[in-house]
Design a protein around this ligand. Structure first.
Ligand code: PRX
Length: 648
């Protein structure tokens, strides 16, 4: 029998947007949000058509939405080009001289590219791709550091209708092989290397190692980022700079069908095989444009920084496409947040006078661990809006972000979405929505989420259940590349015609959504299913705790027992007393049903390269004492050794 997901959060604090912020915001009040939201769900096609009209179409669509569940087409028969909308559309105005990208390398190199300059580079690289035989519909794999050329490569693909598949620079060569082969990519764009935490990541070497097993790849283009000796394979490998010299900067944007594929992005599912999430052009363009405008309240003069790597969906939608569609200035940083010191981000914010800053809870928790003295050294007074994404933010981290970084004056937009959704789905609108620490608040325009029981009934107020999206939205994934069956099974079989997110959530009396983590991270203890994120949040609220991850382990008596892995703030030493104290702390914060059965104090938690804690590995360690599954996405393998040592 399916039990309920028990929600245990008791957060009561509410933060209203400050009047000076709201006055200047695109959306200035809750009344305005509600009116627009109601209209947007009463007539979504009218709402999205109006948004689409703000962009440039070579040919107007005939129908806004064709919905044959679970397959959607948006802006049917319309023709447009993402690259044209990001670049050419701005060149007729003063924006041609505006900074499109401000870039800083980890080693201190810097560059600023105007819209005109970016346009020229993109046109040239589009010509390079054509010269190397890339045609509309061909797949191009991008495996690069965070340098402006990654945006050039993306936009050049989009310009000629090639489909990019970015593979995060932290992936190994075997991960590259799987993804390149699944996409049957014809060309790889890479670099001789990248800087990361002061060391060199040998991207080209990884590509070389992969190539023997990638028969579809005909050419490899290599950007020179370092003075790194690399082996160039005659006939296959080409230096980016040399190719760019041999082409001109005129390349008309292809007039692409609205449903033409824009990119594939691989993401992990519940099975070992990564899923190729497929996004198409029209709907994705319209929705990343509009969400960036309203959620980040983008102003012409803003300098906007999203710290995500372009290898993740956040980098696609909110480092590159969304900001450029809005004619904004987007900042890109190549390296680690703590190199050379833990205040690198704060230095960058002051140096470039960043106004809007978007990062991940895991980063915020690291900053807390490193200590307040680091941000305190910097003014941070240009910031006006903060954002977070990627996992539930525990209220204490939210408060730290609000007070220490935002100085109590910046709204925080906690944005919920997924690789699959393509764009932000549930989020505060910063000038309008009162926020509460830990909730992603209300749906974006046109989005109709719901929390449902296993049986498909709407959950009651504060009752935990499954987060679903009941109506199609423009940036939704169209399928899993070459595996439509998996697409249907994974997302649409739980509730026919309704998108299953895989997340647990509850809705409070104000209709605010509280994400409780992945459903597979929800554990069942004595008949109660408890959101692991909530137990973690309680633990992290303890002054001595830096970070925690909670997993279930089978227990004869209770079904599952709660096992909490905890890292301590630097100055505290592990002890049995402290473990007992933390257990009691959780009881105090939540209740006896959430008392951890076991606390393991550990020096570090295993994380993916994007900073997500790999709970699956912890579950294996908690259950079997060893890790047997796939560890290819783990950032630091020594963490596993440490965790095993803890056990002995
Ligand atoms: O569990 C949710 C969590 O991240 C998942 C999506 O991961 P990914 O596809 O890698 O995309 C991350 C960036 C969009 C979701 O199913 N998640 C994302 N944002 C939030 C979140 N959980 C809580 N709060 C969020 N703001």
């Amino acid at each position: 029998m399916e039990q309920k997901i028990t929600s245990l959060s008791k957060e009561k604090r509410v933060f209203h947007p400050k009047e000076p912020f709201s006055r200047r915001a695109h959306i200035k009040s809750m009344a305005q949000y509600k009116k627009m939201y109601n209209e947007s769900i009463k007539n979504p096609e009218k709402f999205w058509a109006k948004a689409a009209e703000e962009l440039y179409w070579f040919r107007r669509w005939k129908e806004v939405l064709k919905w044959k569940p679970p397959h959607a087409q948006w802006f049917v028969k319309g023709k447009l080009n993402m690259s044209y909308n990001c670049l050419d559309r701005h060149l007729g105005s003063w924006r041609r001289n505006k900074a499109a990208i401000i870039w800083e390398g980890e080693n201190g190199d810097t560059a600023t590219w105007t819209y005109q300059q970016l346009h020229s580079q993109v046109c040239k690289f589009a010509n390079v791709l054509k010269m190397l035989g890339i045609q509309k519909g061909d797949r191009v794999c991008i495996y690069m550091p965070m340098i402006p050329e990654i945006a050039v490569a993306m936009l050049a693909c989009a310009r000629i209708g090639a489909v990019h598949s970015i593979i995060f620079g932290g992936f190994s060569s075997s991960a590259l092989v799987d993804r390149i082969n699944d996409a049957q990519a014809k060309l790889v764009v890479t670099a001789d290397g990248a800087y990361r935490r002061g060391t060199i990541v040998k991207l080209k070497e990884n590509v070389d190692n992969a190539m023997a097993d990638c028969p579809t790849v005909e050419n490899v283009v290599v950007v020179k980022r370092l003075e790194q000796e690399v082996i160039m394979h005659y006939g296959r490998d080409h230096w980016y700079d040399e190719l760019m010299h041999s082409v001109d900067d005129v390349c008309p944007a292809e007039q692409l069908d609205s449903e033409h594929p824009l990119y594939i992005l691989y993401t992990s599912g519940t099975t070992g095989k990564p899923k190729g999430i497929l996004h198409t052009t029209g709907g994705y363009t319209v929705m990343t444009y509009l969400t960036t405008k309203y959620v980040f309240d983008i102003k012409e003069e803003d300098i906007y920084w999203c710290t995500a790597d372009a290898g993740w969906v956040t980098g696609h939608s909110y480092v590159v496409y969304g900001p450029l569609l809005n004619g904004a200035t987007t900042v890109m940083y190549e390296g680690a947040p703590n190199y050379p010191d833990p205040d690198r981000f704060w230095k960058i914010i002051d140096k470039y006078k960043i106004n809007v800053f978007y990062t991940a809870p895991t980063a915020i928790r690291a900053f807390i661990k490193w200590g307040e003295e680091w941000p305190r050294k910097h003014k941070l007074d240009t910031l006006r809006l903060l954002g977070t994404v990627g996992e539930p933010i525990n209220p204490e981290a939210w408060m730290w972000y609000y007070k220490v970084i935002g100085k109590g004056k910046c709204p925080i937009v906690d944005t919920w979405w997924q690789t699959e959704t393509g764009a932000i789905m549930i989020t505060p609108i910063p000038g309008a929505t009162p926020t509460k620490p830990g909730t992603v608040t209300l749906p974006f325009f046109g989005i109709v989420p719901e929390v449902m029981t296993k049986e498909g009934k709407k959950c009651k107020v504060n009752e935990g259940g499954y987060l679903v999206i009941t109506k199609p939205w423009p940036a939704m994934l169209r399928t899993i590349y070459k595996d439509d069956h998996r697409y249907q099974r994974q997302y649409w079989s739980e509730y026919p015609g309704i998108y299953f997110t895989g997340d647990g959530a509850r809705k409070d009396k104000d209709g605010y959504f509280w994400i409780m983590g992945r459903v597979d991270d929800v554990i069942n203890v004595s008949g109660h299913r408890i959101g692991t994120a909530e137990v973690e949040s309680a633990l992290v609220a303890h002054a001595k705790v830096a970070e925690s991850a909670v997993v279930g382990r089978p227990d004869d008596l209770k079904g599952s027992a709660i096992c909490a892995f905890v890292t301590l703030e630097g100055k505290y030493a592990p002890s049995e007393e402290l473990k007992a104290e933390l257990k009691e702390w959780v009881v105090k914060q939540i209740g006896a049903l959430a008392r951890p059965d076991e606390i393991r104090l550990t020096e570090a938690l295993p994380k993916t390269r994007s900073g997500k804690i790999m709970r699956r590995l912890l579950r294996e360690i908690a259950t079997q004492g060893i890790v047997t599954g796939d560890t290819t996405t783990l950032e630091d393998f020594s963490v596993l050794e440490t965790l095993r040592d803890e056990e002995e």
